[in-house]
Design a protein around this ligand. Structure first.
Ligand code: KG4
Ligand code: ZN
Length: 335
């Protein structure tokens, strides 16, 4: 028998993406149509604009993914689609398209939670099987999740205010950088002094795996503001490096806590901030020292894409966990 072939569709935010995955791990195609250029001039994602763009793009993106994979819908065993969390109008486009294809062709439908998709991005590059600890660091979420088995998620910690990616984007905006600012701050941080500014680290207490980034964000904004008041020129590379050091310190330390408290030695990182060079270097170094395993998705699979959604649908296919045509988009769907 030929390996299971899954079509993934992702439209939760500002990327329209479709992918074809074989055997749960082999990427046959992963087409991503980004709207970043359109949203840049507004300084962030405009929901109504995003929905319209998805409507215009989804047909072509799905066709292109099938074409690049060298398959047709008749070769597809299941359709995995993101149904939350995200912008509800944006999600609805992918969900409606997936349902239409499922109905027209009699292909089983699997709704995928977006953050689960980010976690499964790791599987596409040989990332650990469960049990595992996932450090989730995206634009909307910052969480430490214990995953004992496929499809089972327990929260060990979560942010009490801003997500890590959100803090990056807000600091970047204050520094006059384009949306999304995370990658640019990361780049600038490489040539700055991480000790130039003493920005706060929110440990909360000795045991907690919760996060808080709003204090840090305010401290950075204050530093920028004060310099401006005094008519001083701040070294933006130093601000970026010092901010990044504070974020990475906390992310790494809390992940180590999770490993120590659970005894689970297998860590994966998930979400856009998993692309961060500082985080990748420091967590890899610390894991080697503490003796646990850590895996990151390949760089192109850290931010939103449909390959990870198809990968997450694969174990559900194996378990026979399908959705009916009454599947609906849920803006605040939890793991
Ligand atoms: O996971 P994602 O694509 O979208 C959500 O599901 O939220 O993450 C996007 C976030 C943005 O906040 C972006 O600034 C951040 O990931 N990001 C980074 C880097 N690349 C993307 N943050 C820091 N360093 C990076 N290299
Ligand atoms: Zn995402």
């Amino acid at each position: 028998t030929r390996p299971v072939t899954i079509l993934g569709i992702e439209t939760s935010c500002d990327e329209t993406s479709a992918a074809v995955i074989r055997g749960g791990k082999e990427i046959l195609s992963n087409v991503i149509s980004s709207q970043i250029e359109i949203h840049k001039r507004f300084g962030g994602v405009v929901p109504e604009v995003a929905s319209r763009r998805h409507v215009e793009n989804v047909n072509g993106v799905v066709d292109e993914a099938l074409k690049q994979a060298g398959v047709t819908l008749d070769d597809i065993d299941a359709i995995g689609v993101t149904y939350g969390p995200g912008l509800v109008g944006a999600l609805l486009v992918g969900v409606a398209w997936a349902k239409a294809l499922s109905y027209a062709k009699g292909i089983p439908l699997i709704g995928v939670q977006h953050i689960a998709g980010h976690i499964y991005a790791n599987f596409l590059s040989g990332g650990g099987e469960p049990p595992l600890i996932a450090l989730v660091v995206s634009g909307g979420h910052t969480e430490i999740v214990y995953m004992p088995a496929h499809g089972v998620f327990e929260f060990l910690g979560r942010t009490r205010d801003d997500a890590a990616g959100e803090a990056y984007d807000k600091v970047a905006r204050a520094m006059g950088l384009d949306y999304p600012g995370g990658p640019q701050i990361d780049r600038m941080a490489q040539s700055g002094n991480p000790e130039a500014f003493q920005f706060p680290r929110a440990w909360i207490d000795d045991e907690s795996m919760d996060f808080s980034f709003s204090g840090l964000k305010s401290a950075v904004l204050n530093a920028l503001h004060n310099a401006e008041q005094r008519g001083e020129e701040v070294n933006k590379e130093d601000v970026a490096a010092s901010f990044q050091a504070a974020v990475v310190d906390v992310l790494v330390e809390k992940t180590v806590r999770a490993v120590k408290q659970t005894g689970v030695q297998n860590v994966v990182v998930a979400g856009g901030v998993a692309a961060n060079k500082g985080l990748r270097a420091r967590l890899t170094e610390r894991a080697a020292k503490e003796g646990f395993g850590v895996h990151f998705p390949t760089l192109d699979l850290c931010t939103d894409n449909a390959a990870m959604i198809a990968a997450a649908a694969f174990p559900m296919y194996e378990y026979g966990r399908f959705h009916d045509l009454d599947l609906n988009a849920i803006a605040s769907l939890s793991l």
